[in-house]
Design a protein around this ligand. Structure first.
Ligand code: GDP
Length: 328
């Protein structure tokens, strides 16, 4: 019988790539979605990957435990991936309580639903490098102390520890992937890489003449989402559940990432870049640099895509989108 997976956040970047990966492996894939009267299902990413007809949708919300229990009962999944969240750090200061409810308590609701309805399912929690925040070690590994710097980071930390606790308290196969920033043409437009590649494409096509950014000295360890969802799946195939850092082990400033994007279309960033103080954050995570040794040794996972390859892929996708008036 085909294995079955249930994914929360299936309409997001990682949900779409994970669904594609699992469908390719012969899984039956269920996706939890929030239907609403005027937006329907926001499945444009699944349509971009041409898999929207292959996914079965279940109507549920991370803040509504009974809807999650019903979803788990309907899907009877072998694997549950909790990727749903309010995932944008900057918004988490504007909506700290909603972020706590969805990103933090939402994970506890999914854990509860699995414990109640399908306790033997393997569970994946999307933990985040934002939990390291004000970094306590130059290279962040599974042993590095956490120090979140935003309501988002604090909510993710609660979800992370709940996952550890359900593993230890109820012997659940619950694993947590501490993923560093991961991007792709399917990344939301608010995130800095996609904001940059979209602006570069529009400037190249004469549709815009500036790119406004905040703190371009911030450094991130950026990988490709398509590579990172493989690590999620690998974690759930292990005999024992555990926590893993997933990163490239290389950090790059926003400034240098911007150079790569403009360089790809033969333009100079200094002619278009505007620094806007309004885009600086109340508290910043200055630098993130992951140590993925454990994932490499235990899971056999390796990132396949370089930052340069990824940024060029994103600029090309945005050029194509603006040329075709498409929507991503
Ligand atoms: P995050 O690491 O999850 O917060 O991912 P983002 O892509 O949102 O931000 C990465 C870094 O880019 C942060 O340090 C931001 O402060 C910095 N940054 C600088 N300008 C911008 C901007 O205009 N938008 C966003 N999203 N980030 C920016």
């Amino acid at each position: 019988m085909a294995p079955t997976a249930l994914i929360t956040g299936i309409t997001g970047q990682d949900g779409a790539y994970l669904a594609q990966l699992l469908l390719g492996k012969g899984y039956e894939v269920y996706g939890v979605v929030r239907r609403s009267s005027h937006f329907g299902i926001a499945d444009h990413r699944l349509r971009w990957l041409k898999i929207q007809k292959d996914v079965r949708f279940l109507d549920a919300n991370l803040t509504d435990l009974s809807s999650l229990v019903r979803s788990v009962e309907a899907a009877r999944p072998d694997e549950v991936y909790n990727l749903g969240a309010q995932s944008y750090v900057a918004s988490s200061w504007q909506q700290p309580l909603l972020t706590g409810n969805v990103t933090g308590l939402g994970a506890a609701n999914v854990l509860e639903a699995v414990r109640i309805a399908q306790p033997n399912a393997h569970f994946y929690q999307a933990s985040s490098s934002e939990m390291f925040g004000l970094i306590q070690e130059a290279h962040q590994s599974e042993r590095t102390p956490f120090y979140p710097r935003s309501p988002y980071g604090a909510a993710k930390l609660f979800a992370h520890w709940m996952t550890v606790n359900y593993r230890e308290s109820f012997a659940m196969h619950a694993s947590s992937g501490i993923l560093f920033n991961h991007e792709s043409p399917l990344r939301g437009i608010e995130f800095v890489t996609r904001k940059v590649t979209d602006a570069v494409a529009r400037i190249k096509l004469g549709l815009s003449d500036e790119l406004r950014l905040g703190n371009i000295d911030a450094k991130r360890d950026w990988g490709h989402a398509r590579d990172y969802v493989e690590a999620m799946w690998m974690m759930l195939q292990q005999e024992k559940p555990d926590d893993y850092v997933v990163a490239t082990g290389r950090t790059t400033s926003v400034r240098d990432m911007v150079e790569i994007a403009f360089g790809h279309v033969g333009l100079k960033s200094s002619n278009y870049l505007v620094i806007d103080p309004a885009l600086f954050r109340p508290a910043e995570v200055d630098i993130l640099l992951g140590d993925p040794t454990k994932a490499r040794k235990t899971l056999g996972w390796e990132p396949k895509t370089t930052l340069e390859e990824m940024i060029c892929e994103m600029v090309d996708a945005d050029l194509e989108r603006h040329n075709n008036q498409g929507h991503l």
